[in-house]
Design a binder for this molecule. Structure first.
Ligand code: ARG
Length: 462
């Protein structure tokens, strides 16, 4: 078998069943440009170590560039006998340069250190792409928040009316987790970018006097791996990346779930843009929030990819084992999933219409101002324990009579407690309630305006 990278000690070629099982070109082909970049960097350190002449290096680089152009145009593709992308590209180089020159490049490197490095490079590029998409979603939320700065809505805990909050405050509460996801991607990149495995060889390093730091710099890393066994066997960088993608999916799914609820007849809080909703094949009246539902569903898939990857890594002995070839498909799928999901989701958010009158009219209902009564009493010097009781008694009186807190008369209030003077009415409006919550991070309009500026600065810093 002339095209295999490992035929020497074998009397027969691989069985067709093995070839079928072993092949990974259908998914690792996306590493081809990174493999070729690695080959250029490797050729240069081979020359620096005296293992290639200047002319050899020039010819090798020209051959790699020609192959890269053919990969790019689709003129060069993987053949059924190519085990993986590295094997296929080696074949392409041998075809272009002949066995004498083409055969020199493999010195001092292994697919084990290659694939670990190329995978990092690929993930680093897609971390940037995903970061941009997450930024766009956070910006869409910020724009909607700005557009609805003065609008109140029912804030909920346990899905029950709790206290009125600003719609902008609630929308920004979905944006902050995305900011932390951006931070996570940046942190991850700093860790991964410090550590190029190229030069680790199969596991033990190289005897050929090659300079891994030089290769690392050429490939965009700030340093090379300190331990060649770790360099070839570690995949925590993949698991961590898969976690961040899963967390992004989960953060989006929480917003998705609320959009689905808000879009029901019962809530009636939002209207989806026609371009970002779907119809039913049988029910002509339907307008469905499919993007939000797909976001909710795909978050499960992202979690599955992370869980599958961790299962592959669990108890895997050092150093490289072929199990590690299973590390790529899950995280490629997570990347592909987010790269189609996020643009659609951002479009849905950017074009969402809020039924603000309905939100505002529901904001104070369900005795959502009861806490305001209690805190008003505390400001009058009443211990909170008593204040809580008194405010609870107001709720009970209202519930018995089927009225809201602001419907109680001055006499009703005084009968419940002498501390409840008519001044309590200043917090019995949504505006008064919102304005009073003016500590940092609170829902008072002045604080939410500050928060919006803070969020935008954080998003822009990525
Ligand atoms: N295709 C393999 C992977 O993705 C790399 C090849 C390593 N093969 C080997 N026999 N050491 O992990």
């Amino acid at each position: 078998d002339k095209t295999s990278l490992w035929g020497g000690r074998f009397a027969s070629g691989p069985s067709p069943e093995l070839v079928e099982l072993s092949r990974s070109t259908h998914f690792d082909w996306r590493l081809a440009p990174y493999d070729l970049a690695g080959s250029r960097a490797h050729a240069m350190v081979l020359q620096a170590a005296g293992l290639l002449s200047r002319d050899d290096l020039t010819a090798l680089i020209a051959g790699i560039d020609a192959l890269a152009a053919d990969v790019e145009s689709g003129a060069f593709t993987a053949q059924p006998d190519d085990e993986d992308v590295h094997t296929a590209l080696e074949r392409g180089l041998l075809e272009r340069l002949g066995p004498e020159l083409g055969g020199r490049l493999r010195a001092g490197r292994s697919r084990n250190d290659q694939v670990a490095t190329l995978f990092k490079m690929y993930l680093r590029d897609h971390a940037k792409a995903i970061s941009r998409l997450v930024r766009e979603l956070a910006e869409a939320l910020a724009t909607q928040a700005e557009r609805h700065m003065g609008i109140a809505m029912p804030g909920r805990t346990h899905l029950q009316h709790a206290q009125p909050v600003l719609l902008a405050h609630h929308l920004l509460a979905h944006a902050w987790p995305l900011v932390r996801d951006l931070d996570r991607l940046t942190d991850w990149d700093a860790r991964v970018g410090a550590d190029s495995p190229y030069g680790s060889g199969a596991l033990a390093g190289s005897s050929l006097g090659l300079d891994p730091e030089k290769v690392a710099a050429d490939l965009g890393f700030s340093g090379s791996t300190a331990n060649s066994i770790d360099g070839t066997a570690a995949r925590d960088f993949v698991a961590e990346f898969a976690f961040v993608t899963a967390q992004i999916g989960i953060d989006v799914s929480r917003l998705a779930e609320e959009i689905i609820l808000w879009n029901t007849k019962e809530f009636g809080f939002v209207t989806l843009h026609d371009g970002y909703s779907t119809g039913s094949s049988i029910m002509p009246q339907k307008k469905n929030p499919d993007i939000a539902e797909l976001a909710r569903g795909k978050s499960g898939r992202l979690i599955g990819n992370l869980a599958g990857l961790l299962a592959t890594l669990k108890a895997l002995p050092l150093a490289y084992n072929r199990d590690l070839q299973e590390d790529k498909e899950p995280v490629f799928d997570s990347i592909d999933t987010l790269e189609v999901l996020l643009p659609a989701f951002t479009g849905m958010i950017a074009t969402l219409t809020f039924n603000t009158e309905r939100m505002e009219s529901l904001a104070p209902q369900g005795f959502a101002l009861a806490t305001d009564i209690a805190e008003w009493l505390v400001r009058q010097g009443v211990p909170f324990r008593d204040a809580h009781e008194i405010s609870g008694a107001c709720v009970q009186a209202c519930e018995q009579r089927g009225i809201e807190l602001w419907d109680l008369s001055d006499d009703d209030f005084l009968a419940i407690s002498p501390a409840l003077t008519p001044q309590v009415r200043e917090v019995l409006t949504v505006e008064g309630s919102l304005a009073s919550r003016d500590s940092r991070g609170g829902t008072a309009p002045v604080r939410v305006a500050e928060q919006l500026a803070e969020l935008r600065a954080r998003v822009a810093s990525h």
